[in-house]
Design a protein around this ligand. Sequence first.
Ligand SMILES: C[S@@+](CC[C@H](N)C(=O)[O-])C[C@H]1O[C@@H](n2cnc3c(N)ncnc32)[C@H](O)[C@@H]1O
Length: 182
Amino acid sequence: MANHVCPWWLGYLLASPLRRILEKPEKMLAPFALPGMTVIDYGCGMGFFTIPLARLVGPTGKVIAVDIQEKMLNRLRVRAAKAGLSDRIIIVASGSSPQIKEDSVDFVTALHVIHEIEDQQAFFNDMRRVMKSGAKIFMLEPGFHVEEKEFRRSVEIAESSGLVLTGAVDYSRSLSVVMSKP
Ligand SMILES: C[S@@+](CC[C@H](N)C(=O)[O-])C[C@H]1O[C@@H](n2cnc3c(N)ncnc32)[C@H](O)[C@@H]1O
């Protein structure tokens, strides 16, 4: 399975407002990210989805933004401060993070990242552990970059971690699915 990690400099392009022509974070995430929720944005990059998520969860919610690249997280720190949202975005370096509490998370996003994760079984096991019962995970992969059979394999790995399919959301040129913790 391919696991080439997105170069940090591409993060600037991914966080560009022009990307909204193709993907509208608020429209995609508003059905799932509600006020007061605790959300994980896994593989957050420079925060194209993190900032809108922080607005959706409101002042009583929080977004735990996880990435393996410090340069992505540093830029997200600046963007969060500029947006006045630093208090509700908790920035966590993948692998060196304090443990997120079991059964504490309402919603997880894994957007354009799963194909980059080397140990997907460990990832889904970990997400299942921290998700509350009934919490959802929204997985989306770029259809131009990831083959459908590779995506299906990721869904199978998620199922073997105990997550169940709750629905598919179809965005053009992307593969996406919503799963939940029973
Ligand atoms: C293609 S970018 C997508 C960023 C963001 N989700 C977006 O759509 O703008 C993938 C991101 O996932 C991060 N990443 C890759 N493998 C990871 C891992 N094992 N744990 C956490 N983050 C990871 C990369 O550093 C990169 O920032």
